[in-house]
Write a new protein. Structure first.
Length: 292
């Protein structure tokens, strides 16, 4: 890259950083930052990039490396798109974005076609944890009503925490099942945080965690997860076709992704114990209930 082009790119990068910095400062006019950040040039220099002021006054003309740009974006609390815009302005590869628009529609169409061919309970989930479809075995296993009033609850957070749906009360029927359900809740919240760390300032992420707040699960948000110790199986009371009574069964979940992206994905539910295999067979699953 020649000097003129590099200088032009540096001006663009500094312009992007300064626009974001001033945007954050403008928000502070209405409410102070929880961590008392001020988003000044000096603070950015001190907290994210010690050579920032040298760039501003022209003592340095070197475009910051990729990790430094990421550090600056982190300090500026950038959304996923803002971070990628900074990286692109500096000439670096952006992070892989989630599918949207027509690409997402195509992926969802593929997921629905695939789910229709699965003889096991399954649901389709997007990166925002919205549930875009469930099959009939899933509805029957978890007793999900066909009532349209439940359409607004089509999110994985609601399915786990909402006591108006059958899943939570049937997964917390005694002390052991409640502790297992709680452990999965803590693990799930932390997994979401890790998986979408770069999106935590995005509107969809903030909205998702507001759903958690709706269920008063603040204590789970701050608890440390225990991935290594967590039993990956889950327990639920399911209806036995022979007697019509509810009995505990154990199941596990596997995920199928559409293409090279993690989402949308199909969550497939498989039996673990003999009681579960009986229930699943009654749902129309293969006799031996082996996932192939």
């Amino acid at each position: 890259m020649d000097i003129h082009t590099e200088n032009s790119r540096l001006k663009i990068v500094l312009g992007e950083i300064e626009a974001l910095r001033m945007k954050r400062q403008h928000v502070l006019a209405d409410q102070p930052h929880p961590s008392l950040k001020r988003f000044t040039q000096q603070e950015l220099n001190d907290e994210a990039f010690p050579s920032y002021k040298n760039l501003l006054v022209g003592r340095s003309r070197r475009i910051p490396d990729r990790q430094t740009i990421i550090n600056i974006a982190e300090y500026l609390e950038c959304t996923f798109d803002e971070r990628n815009d900074l990286l692109l302005a500096a000439g670096y590869l952006p992070f892989q974005t989630e599918l949207e628009g027509r690409a997402l529609e195509h992926a969802l169409e593929w997921a629905h076609q695939t789910m229709r061919g699965l003889p096991f309970p399954a649901m389709i989930i997007t990166h925002t944890q919205d549930i875009k479809g469930v099959n009939e075995p899933f509805r029957r296993l978890f007793d999900i009503p066909l009532d349209r009033s439940y359409d607004g609850l089509m999110n994985r957070v609601d399915f786990h925490f909402n006591s108006d749906l059958p899943i939570r009360p049937r997964s917390t029927f005694d002390k052991a099942s409640f502790e297992q359900w709680e452990a999965h809740a803590i693990n799930g919240i932390h997994a979401l945080k890790r998986e979408h760390m770069l999106s935590r300032y995005d509107a969809w992420y903030q909205k998702l965690f507001q759903r958690f707040q709706k269920y008063n699960v603040d204590e789970y948000m701050n608890m440390q997860d225990a991935v290594e110790r967590l039993d990956q199986t889950q327990t639920i009371l399911a209806r036995m076709e022979s007697s019509g009574e509810l009995a505990p069964i154990r199941y596990r979940q596997v995920s199928i992704s559409a293409g090279s992206r993690a989402y949308p994905q199909i969550a497939v539910f498989l039996p673990v114990d003999a009681a579960a295999r009986t229930v699943f067979e009654n749902l129309g699953c293969p006799i031996n209930c082996e996932f192939v």
